[in-house]
Design a protein. Structure first.
Length: 121
């Protein structure tokens, strides 16, 4: 029988999109620039997808080959059974459950006029 851990509170997101982009701009461990990343909404860890960052704390060995491998690798070490992540460009929500990974194409942020920020650059 699988044991689900209950998460009492998820990581909070900044209120505006530019602040979120600034947070993803650099690795929290080594301060190097990250091109594309996911943020775990359970623990707050930033997972680089395209690596300029060489941190072993962020980039486990052996290095995962795909986004699915990166997400599943972190999900099993962070929570054990599932994970929820936010990406920036495009601002997708990535969800994992055991060995399945899916993307929800929606925007958590809105523009000045209330329109979706999906695909915003």
């Amino acid at each position: 029988m699988f044991r689900y851990l209950k998460v009492k509170e998820y990581e909070s997101l900044p209120h505006n999109y530019p602040t979120l982009v600034e947070e993803f701009d650099k690795c929290r461990s080594c301060e190097k620039e990250i091109n594309t990343a996911l943020m775990c909404l359970i623990c707050g860890k930033i997972l680089p997808i395209t690596y300029n960052c060489k941190c072993d704390s962020v980039r486990p060995k052996p290095y995962p080959r795909s986004v699915k491998d990166i997400v599943l690798n972190h999900s099993f070490t962070c929570h054990g059974s599932f994970g929820i992540y936010i990406s920036i460009n495009p601002p997708d929500i990535v969800v994992s459950d055991f060995y399945n990974v899916g993307t929800v194409h929606l925007s958590v942020y809105q523009g000045k006029h209330g329109d979706s920020m999906y695909g915003y650059k």
